[in-house]
Design a protein. Sequence first.
Length: 493
Amino acid sequence: MDPLDEYRLNLTRRHFLRRSGGVSLGVPALMSLFGSTQMAGAASLAENNGPGYEPGKPGPTHFPAKAKRVIYLCQSGAPSQIETFDYKPSLEKLDGMELPDSIRMGQRLTGMTSRQKSFPVAQSFMPFQQYGESGQWISDLMPHHGAIADDICIVNSMYTEAINHDPAITFFQTGHQQPGRPSLGAWASYGLGSESTNLPAYVVLLDKNSDTQAQPIYSRLWGSGFLPSNHQGVKLRAAGDPVLFLNDPTHSSDAERRRLLDDIATLNAQRFGDVGDPEIETRIAAYEMAYRMQMSVPELTDISSEPETTFELYGPDAKIPGTHAANCLLARRLAERGVRFIQIYHRGWDHHSNLPGRHPGIAKEVDQGSAALVQDLKRRGMLEDTLIVWGGEFGRTVYKQGNPKTFGRDHHPRCFSIYLAGAGIQGGLRYGQTDDFCYNIVDRENSGVHVHDLNATILHQLGFDHTRLTYFFQGRHYRLTDVHGRVVDDILS
């Protein structure tokens, strides 16, 4: 690039005002206007978040936190609540009948079933059993979860507005259906900072995909949006080196690499002093974190020191990199090392056809590993300050889609199930209720849990009032929950 072009592209408003502040009377007026706006923003932030708060820099929590960290097990594609955690014996009598108009009430359908002439009700193809002292009803699709029945809170009254995958999962992960907002993990990183000096505050793991029709996953789901870019999630790869260039191809000595990074940091610091671009500081931090990860990641991913009892708990898949069980074990190791927010994505739940033939395989891939993670954290004394979240982006319809014999279930945002565990969540609790058709929430006003409510509750357990964890951007204060959301106090211990 031509040096003049590079100089022009790196000019910032701060740089412009500093260089040209005395040129005319209009420029000082602009400086005064910008300054008063920034001062007003800073005053508002201090009022919302307390003294010493600076946007983009972690400060104290608003109140004592129950959770030090979050592990979010995202089931992309949307598991059927009817076959997993919402026990509906009423469907045994309703099986095969036409879904009444009084239940559907003209509610929105996807283009995949809106032209169906018939909507036959389908009961669960799997039986349910009761587990634990709490008597939680859990499907035989997820038998290992029986061991954690008394540790998890099953929420049967989740709901959302989004009816298609991309806006729905974007809504869950960023609080908005349109791309571009900071992710939940980025907000957690922004608010809490990092406990670890050798690992990022926010790490993302993708399970190997076994379903050819799985929905795509985009890096913007763990992006930082308008927050400083050091808060975006760092993805660890399932195959090969967990991080690209983990091994130095130049075979330089540690001292040589250290000297090179110090020299680059000095140049970047000089550049920051000249143009004042905050992303330069982020770049300096990124170089330093990359250097430290070259030391810490090999130790993190080396599971040879784990006792055999660990692999008995997580199952044989835990020794195969990229499986859900292996990533759950890695999540526990990341949590032990101070990572604040860990997200595991498992794809393949989107079954519009042959749901009885396909759902069991996907469920088997996640069942033992997910349950083992809760058990493992509990026996190490970490569940009390680790919040576990398990669920998809919406639910599945009670009526059959497609061929009645090899049926699937369509998207259903009206009601579905997730579960939470640890960090001040009541274990053994079933919260919210759906109607006999598992189509609508009973008393949604008082017991329904919206996406914003879930995110508000997650932030609450991390010690934040979701209405006060804000970032000033383009003239307004943004927050994860926009102008909505309530903490679901009834599920808290």
